[in-house]
Design a protein around this ligand. Structure first.
Ligand code: P6P
Length: 337
């Protein structure tokens, strides 16, 4: 089994199949989705890696459903994911931050019993200045009757229904971190052989965080309890040592550093963005699943993020995710809101 093998030779494909073999009832469909996702991740990594050299930097000249200027690599990454996942016969629909409606599986392909939601290239506005960006994904089992196209109803499920979730960070190295509910595991891409190799088995996030990731330029728009909470994290009320502020402005980069080193990422609601900025279904939920599997926590300020019942595909949510003790502090302070 994986545990007895030097982690440097455990490919992600081997890890996926050994996870599947632990469940005799498994059909292999989820494994197939993950295999297709891995191919897409390698292709996107290759595009991102060459971004400075090829004509893929800069804006596409269009805006996405969020009204955000699409970067060329946003659109390229979205297309790579759709084309890598639409023909495998495991999905009945997809949803993307880059597309307003759901993405149907063409009639010429078989449809399966899962849906996938993704942010194809989060933080893409940072690409031109070589700051790490990421792909975030979430997999749900369909809830509508099988056979036909998937619907929005299949997407609007609470995060605790996820059967798999994860992210790819395109940084100093390319890493894929995912969970199927049995721990969070990290794989590093070895470009020399084009394989993701198990490098971070069973990731555990420290109980207390070292890092605080928040954009405090919005402080004037925060409620008083949020301001109090940030003073707590900065050690200004004597209840804890000050956290080091680290804010890259790229969710996957900030989340990944905090996952490995301990920390808290916060994007609170504010008077300008009463629902916060981050998207519940394909940003907050998948990272919350990973974080809880690593021993951390994630809330929207009032409740566990994974228990929020979505009502809209691109709905936003306030977000506090990371080391358990620091998320609990957020729940304490915001209960006074
Ligand atoms: P702000 C990038 O646009 C993003 O969606 C996340 O990757 C990042 O954490 C956040 O927005 C940064 O937002 O308002 O601090 O610039």
């Amino acid at each position: 089994m994986v545990q007895n093998t030097p982690i440097s030779v455990v490919t992600i494909d081997r890890f996926i199949i050994e996870q599947e073999q632990r469940y005799p009832e498994a059909t292999g469909a989820l494994s197939g989705i993950l295999y297709d996702l891995v191919v897409a991740a390698k292709m996107i990594a290759n595009k991102v890696r060459l971004a400075g050299l090829a004509d893929v930097l800069g804006a596409q000249g269009t805006a996405n459903v969020q009204g955000e200027i699409q970067q060329k690599l946003d659109v390229i990454s979205n297309d790579i994911l759709v084309k890598a996942l639409d023909h495998g016969g495991r999905l009945c629909a997809m949803a993307s931050e880059e597309e307003e409606g759901i993405i149907t599986v063409p009639d010429k392909f078989q449809r399966g019993n899962y849906v996938m939601l993704f942010d194809p290239l989060d933080g893409s506005s940072n690409i031109d200045v070589n700051i790490p960006v990421g792909t975030i994904f979430s997999v749900l089992r369909r809830v509508t009757p099988g056979g036909g196209p998937g619907t929005v109803e299949d997407m609007l499920q609470p995060g605790l229904k996820q059967v798999a979730a994860g992210y790819v960070i395109y940084g100093s190295s390319t890493m894929l971190v995912y969970t199927t509910g049995h721990g969070a595991h990290g794989f590093t891409l070895d470009p020399a052989i084009g394989e993701f190799l198990l490098s971070h088995p069973n990731i555990r996030i420290p109980e207390h965080g070292r890092y605080l990731s928040v954009n405090d330029s919005y402080e004037k728009y925060w409620t008083e309890p949020v301001k109090e909470l940030m003073r707590h994290y900065r050690g200004m009320n004597g209840r804890r040592d000050a956290m080091n502020v680290r804010y890259v402005g790229s969710l996957v980069a900030d989340f990944h550093r905090n996952l490995l080193g301990g920390g808290l990422f916060a994007y609170p609601a504010n008077t300008k963005s009463p629902s916060g900025k981050l998207r519940l279904l394909y940003e907050c939920n998948p990272l919350a699943f990973i974080c809880e599997q690593a021993g951390g926590a994630a809330i929207d300020g009032r409740q566990r993020i994974l228990e929020v019942q979505p009502t809209e595909l691109h709905q936003r949510s306030p977000y506090f995710v990371g080391s358990k003790a620091d998320v609990e502090a957020a729940a304490d302070y915001l209960a006074k809101a």
